[in-house]
Write a protein that binds this ligand. Structure first.
Ligand SMILES: C[S@@+](CC[C@H](N)C(=O)[O-])C[C@H]1O[C@@H](n2cnc3c(N)ncnc32)[C@H](O)[C@@H]1O
Length: 332
């Protein structure tokens, strides 16, 4: 239940994050686990710094320092950010730089209803839940039965079941639940063919209008999605790529050349240059390597229902910046 509320003490059943020398591990706090023969045995978690008897965590404070035979670490309460870095991968997942832009672009605030497909490993879902709770709700769908079931169990184990409904469903073939028609403030798609989901997003979004976002690794997916959005009356269609680049602030010692000799007029009395001295500065250093491509975010607004027909007509007339009709090569 450690995802639900901040708390002081670790309880049995919590999921905690072990922080060991810049490495993070998610760990379920259970006194016992099943071995390969199906027998219950003491839960001992092996880390690079030695074994941890998991029962010793029960009753300890979150943030506490734990001693291991070959080192030490800290035990932290999970957040969606830490979970994205430690969760068991069942699929490719969306990471925090994209997630933060998705939450902003979907205009999500507590109380919103958001529809997501596919659930995948639930990385984004945890962040969506935190943003819309306590009165909002996330409806998330995945057509992979086992994956959908594991996600459901995970949300329950994390104490989040009140804020999320996870279902097994092929949303491209069947659409979202009929009950969701006109209920969503926002729709998010992380699917191989998001353009086929656009009519279902249109059906799900509220009459007052709402926001749409899809995540796609390939530009061809983006092109088709933009066309589908335009055909279905969405506006403000924008595609972006989020490339986070972290600056490391640290103290560095660098050689500094003394240029005072330049002030002297060389013709009168030539002055010799002094040797360089070493000085320590606080600097902001750019990363050694640049972040790689993850995917493109395509975002759009569905306007309120009373202006939709009108805006569709306008869009038919102005299809691209230079006035040409947008087309996608079907062979791509
Ligand atoms: C890349 S994963 C999503 C990862 C997720 N956004 C995360 O951050 O953990 C894509 C998921 O979409 C699901 N999927 C693909 N086509 C689908 C469809 N037509 N209906 C529902 N789910 C679908 C797949 O089973 C897969 O689990």
């Amino acid at each position: 239940m450690s995802f639900r509320n901040y708390k002081d003490k670790i309880e049995e059943g919590d999921t905690v994050i072990l922080y060991l020398s810049n490495n993070l591990y998610a760990l379920d706090v259970q006194r016992e686990i099943k071995n390969k023969k199906g027998e219950m045995i003491e839960n001992v978690y092996q880390t690079p710094f030695g074994a941890l008897k998991v029962k010793t965590l029960i009753g300890a404070d979150y943030g506490t320092k734990i001693e291991l035979t070959k080192g030490w670490g800290h035990v932290l309460q999970p957040t969606p950010e830490l979970w994205s870095l430690t969760l068991p991968h069942r699929t490719q997942i969306i990471y925090t730089p994209d997630i933060s832009m998705i939450l902003l672009q979907l205009d999500l605030v507590p109380g919103c209803v958001v529809v997501e497909a596919g659930t995948g490993s639930g990385s984004l879902t945890h962040a969506l839940i935190r943003r819309v709770r306590p009165h909002g709700h996330v409806y998330t769908f995945d057509f992979h039965e086992h994956r959908a079931k594991i996600a459901q169990e995970e949300f329950k184990d994390h104490g989040l079941a009140d804020f999320v409904t996870a279902k097994h469903r092929d949303v491209l073939a069947e659409g979202f639940d009929k009950d969701l028609n006109g209920k969503a403030d926002a729709v998010f798609l992380d699917l191989p063919s998001p353009w086929l989901g656009v009519p279902h997003a249109l059906a799900a979004i509220k009459e007052e209008g709402g926001r749409f976002c899809s995540f796609s690794p390939c530009i061809e997916q983006v092109q088709r999605t933009c066309l589908a959005l335009q055909e279905h009356g969405f506006q403000e269609i924008t595609t972006m790529e989020v490339l986070q680049s972290e600056i490391k602030v640290s103290r560095r010692t660098v050689p500094v050349r003394d240029l005072s000799f330049l002030k002297q007029k060389s013709s009168i009395s030539p002055v010799e240059e002094k040797p360089s001295s070493e000085t320590s500065y606080v600097v902001g250093a750019l990363p050694q390597s640049n972040p790689g491509h993850t995917g493109y975010l395509t975002v759009a607004t569905l306007p309120p229902v009373y202006v939709r027909g009108k805006s569709k007509k306008d869009d038919d007339n102005i299809s691209s910046e230079n006035g040409e009709k947008m087309v996608v090569d079907e062979n791509v």
